[in-house]
Design a protein around this ligand. Sequence first.
Ligand SMILES: Nc1ncnc2c1ncn2[C@@H]1O[C@H](COP(=O)(O)OP(=O)(O)OP(=O)(O)O)[C@@H](O)[C@H]1O
Ligand SMILES: O=P(O)(O)OC[C@H]1O[C@H](OP(=O)(O)OP(=O)(O)O)[C@H](O)[C@@H]1O
Ligand SMILES: [Mg+2]
Length: 306
Amino acid sequence: MSPPVVQPPVRDRLRIAIQKNGRLSEPARALLSSCGLSWRESPDRLFCYGETAPVDLLLVRDDDIPGLITSGVCDLGIVGRNVLLEEVSLADLEGQPYNAKELRALGFGGCRLAIAVPQAWTWTGIEDLRGRRIATSYPGILQRWLDDAGIDATTVQLSGSVEIAPRLGQADVVCDLVSSGATLAANQLTPVMDLMTSEAVLVGTTQPLDPARAALLDMLLRRLDGVLKIRDSKLLMFRAARTALPELMSLLPDAESPTVLGVIEDDDAVSLQTLCHGVVTWQRLEALQRAGARGLMVLPVERMLA
Ligand SMILES: Nc1ncnc2c1ncn2[C@@H]1O[C@H](COP(=O)(O)OP(=O)(O)OP(=O)(O)O)[C@@H](O)[C@H]1O
Ligand SMILES: O=P(O)(O)OC[C@H]1O[C@H](OP(=O)(O)OP(=O)(O)O)[C@H](O)[C@@H]1O
Ligand SMILES: [Mg+2]
């Protein structure tokens, strides 16, 4: 007799997969903490039980995150867009649909996936890749990009240290992640074309969630939107002559709905407060001061709910 099929119990807690060790681990945790989540560490440090909300964390290799979501083991994940797009591309090349998608871009882990060629080459354009061997850890993204461009080339799949492949004679060029460009330069390579720009993204399933988890996801997205919106925002306050307002406003193109208040016993003066979404540098403050602003104050914004 075959063993009975055991259905997994219905989960009423949300489960988020993040990278265990690596570039995205700390910023991902910090972002979720700033959404009011906290966890109890388990002895194995692989599963963290949500304390302030029924939202648990799973700590894994980043490559495993998309699969954990498509298989329904986790509801959400934080991973580089490059990793998600690779899985989407591989499914697409096989004519399969993919049931996970990017829900939010998170503004950290920025890098790009680029083609880089030996510095000795004179690069004339994408046609130069025809018939070449390209080393990469992203065969799916690369293949789709080559197909779109109608270029026939050979992919040499490597899981790391891709930049060394041309020097070892394994490949002619590389297709790898670039941030500062230091690794390429150290290997005498020059970036010539970008396939994509990447940053950490929140990934979720395209399948409907049960009502309990759907409500938790809604709550998390609302908090996340509030955090992302104000992350680089500051509350700016100053006083000025009423007549100086037009010039001052022209210096604040990123100011959101400024509030202008009257000043007691000075009809010609106003007090202004506004949310600035760009970075408020000393140079900006000095420009405002030259235009007549006085008593300038820049205040951090801790939370915002639309
Ligand atoms: N040099 C870089 N600068 C900025 N972001 C990067 C850089 N390299 C990679 N990233 C981004 O950070 C993500 C994680 O990079 P990391 O090197 O930690 O991954 P990994 O070695 O594959 O980790 P894991 O052990 O979890 O598999 C990448 O998928 C990419 O989105
Ligand atoms: O442009 P740069 O700032 O030099 O960064 C790019 C390098 O960073 C990543 O490698 P990582 O350091 O994670 O090593 P690995 O991929 O071999 O694990 C990426 O794979 C590149 O090799
Ligand atoms: Mg990885």
